[in-house]
Design a protein around this ligand. Structure first.
Ligand code: GTP
Ligand code: MG
Length: 368
């Protein structure tokens, strides 16, 4: 049988579990569309359902039919879901919609793949893909799935088992290789710290201007762009002002960050764990509610890594693109949120124009 070639037209979908959410879901869905567009999809449809999730298809029965009809009438081959899909939901939706189905995690990995240029990133992406694929294969060889889809499984069971076996073996080999790189990186960082170097990590949301700031502080010329996840890995580079201070740029955060991204990209966490100071960038040129959401979610993720709170300085970037009232509102919301924190730990800057960079420089100099 010939394999169907899918077009790049896509419908995005979200199951809204919070009935009273009339605003955030919109922000999240728009973010998903932006990610899909940057992966090369043309988003032409959108479906939102407010309901309790169905264990078999996430969306309700009627909704799935509606999605199917919409996709058929608009010639859409891709269904991109905001929520996390279980293996069974993925298989059922793919079959019912006869389409390429993915969740936000798959989409993120697809973007990573498009942007990855170094062997370590490619290896980590491969591992993340396998970690998804293995439970999927396990469901396909499970007794229940076989009974329900006997026609799909006929003759293929042995092949499926052997694929699963080879996947598990390859996963172990990749894990070993990444483990080796992890140990090597930890050793290098420890050595530099023992030699007296201080590490300043630049973290934060994708597109928040991390690389722009990194380039400015170190004189580097790393790629900067409005496309999500431009930076996947980065090297340490000396500060122009003091060569004992090393800056490191990092992979961007997203709203509702999937914990699987943290486990599969474990090596990137070293830059956070070994930081003497973390500059956590949040773009200030957005609605105050969104800035607050990004900040509070970001801080929660940092806790899980973990990064000590007192090592984190919040840098509100892109102030050249926000008016004074908006910035004041943003600052007010943040101060309320972090009521017990030191005011000096929130620094508004523009990495692009250089505005207030002297304040940031002073802040870092005072420490080292
Ligand atoms: N207006 C304005 N734009 C900025 C500023 N800093 C960065 N940008 C722009 O924002 C976009 C993203 O900048 P990057 O430096 O690539 O952002 P990043 O955080 O490294 O993004 P990822 O690597 O994708 O996580 C680019 O178009 C930059 O030119 C700023 O202070 N003001
Ligand atoms: Mg970057």
């Amino acid at each position: 049988m010939e394999r169907k070639i899918f077009n790049r037209r896509a419908c995005v979908g979200m199951l809204k579990t919070e009935v009273h959410d009339h605003f955030l879901f919109r922000v999240k869905l728009d973010e998903l569309k932006k990610l899909a567009t940057s992966a090369g999809y043309e988003v032409v449809g959108e479906v939102v359902q407010a309901k309790k999730p169905s264990s078999s298809t996430l969306f309700g029965r009627g909704k799935v039919q509606e999605i199917k009809e919409l996709m058929k009438s608009q010639d859409i081959d891709n269904f991109i879901v905001y929520n996390r899909l279980s293996s069974i939901q993925f298989l059922n939706l793919s079959r019912e919609l006869e389409a390429n189905v993915m969740d936000r995690y798959d989409l993120t990995l697809e973007i990573f793949e498009l942007n990855a240029s170094d062997s370590l990133s490619l290896l980590q992406i491969k591992l993340a893909r396998m970690r998804k694929e293995i439970p999927l294969r396990k469901v396909m060889v499970s007794k229940k799935y076989k009974e329900e889809h006997a026609f799909l499984m006929s003759g293929g069971e042995y092949a499926m088992h052997s694929v699963l076996k080879s996947y598990t073996k390859r996963e172990a080999a990749i894990k070993r290789e990444i483990g080796r790189m992890l140990r090597e990186k930890k050793m290098q960082v420890t050595k530099r710290k023992e030699e007296g170097a201080k590490i300043v990590t630049i973290g934060g949301y994708y597109n928040s201007g991390k690389t722009t700031l990194f380039n400015r502080l170190t004189g580097a010329d790393k790629p900067v762009s409005g496309t999500p996840f431009t930076t996947l890995t980065a090297k340490y580079k000396k500060w122009l002002e003091n060569e004992n201070v090393l800056f490191v740029d990092t992979i961007g955060f997203v709203i509702d960050l999937d914990p699987r991204l943290l486990t599969s990209f474990e090596i990137n966490l070293i830059d956070f764990q070994y930081a003497d100071l973390l500059l956590f960038l949040v773009p200030a040129n957005e609605l105050p509610e969104i800035v607050a959401l990004k900040l509070s979610e970001g801080l929660k993720v940092l806790e899980t890594i973990p990064v000590q709170r007192q090592k984190t300085t919040i840098v509100l970037n892109k102030i050249d693109e926000t008016n004074p009232e908006n910035l004041e509102q943003v600052l007010e919301i943040i101060r309320d949120m972090l009521s017990s924190e030191n005011e000096n730990r929130i620094i508004p800057i523009s990495a692009k124009t250089g505005k207030n960079l002297d304040v940031l420089t002073k802040h870092i100099t005072e420490k080292y």
